[in-house]
Design a binder for this molecule. Sequence first.
Ligand code: KG4
Ligand code: ZN
Length: 345
Amino acid sequence: MLVLGIESSCDETAAAVVEGDGTVLSRRVASQDAAHRPFGGVVPEIAARAHVEVLAPMIADALDEAGVSLAQIDAIAATAGPGLIGGVMVGLVTGKALALATGKPLYGINHLEGHALSPRLAQPGLAFPYLLLLVSGGHCQLLRVDGVGAYRRLATTIDDAVGEAFDKTAKMLGLGFPGGPAVENAAAGGDPRAFAFPRPLLHTKEPHFSFAGLKTAVLRAVQASGPGREADLAASFQAAVVDCLVDRTRLAIEHAGPVRALVVAGGVAANHAVRSALQALADTRGLAFVAPPLWLCTDNAAMIAWAGVERIHAGLAPDGLDALARPRWPLDPDAEAVRGAGVRA
Ligand code: KG4
Ligand code: ZN
């Protein structure tokens, strides 16, 4: 079985061909970092236009590299949300056009499901249920993954996503865009104890997250300390984030019931300090720990194609050509709104 994956929900355009057994035959990603850098963040209109320019030739290249023709593809899996709606529409409509032209089934994939199932692409045989820490630019959640399409949200952020906190911190420190890798690099040369930043919500009874107060504390410290302290500020910020993620995940392990593994996914899962702290936590709880390779943590189309494979294996029906593009699309539609939280999914 061969699935073509298409991803365009934020600022990465991506296409990939994945086999039913998880062999990745090709994966292409075009980052738009240079286009957004002057603005210090992702500009939705620029992102959508860039996807239009790049996506079709990229799909042709991904098929070429995989050594297959469109006629040999069994299904098309395109991200249908959540994300920046202009970009989502570019990828989804491209997927629909290919499905219409070839008569192949179309799967409209939830981008978060792509992240959530990516550890099973990284580690074939990883069994359900597992506890998932999903940490990206737009999301910060703990979910119990019971199966394909079966997600129970245990916690979410009541304000900012953790990736957003990395990006804002990078901006405040003048470290550039994208922020996560820049903060991680700067932190490597700094003292994590130099600044005593708050650990919001630590030790509360529900494993929710909050990063707005930490962000404000970093801003005050930046203003008070003047130039030259970037490495110490970055290291102290990252240490606070790691403490929050570990404390909240530890609590979620208690709330989750029996699970086989602790799994981390999403762009922030590329952070080495986060990965090693979670590995240590899993070790103390006797849980297996799975973190996808770095290329699979940040946005890519192999995880979207893989989610398509998983849906086919699970016997789930494809979507029609009338599939919706959704700016918001929670993985657990039954999760209750959290007091203090904004409208984020
Ligand atoms: O999953 P992703 O590629 O896109 C979304 O779906 O949001 O995640 C992007 C986020 C950005 O906020 C980025 O700064 C963060 O992941 N990120 C990192 C690292 N690499 C990417 N954060 C911390 N450390 C990193 N090494
Ligand atoms: Zn993502």
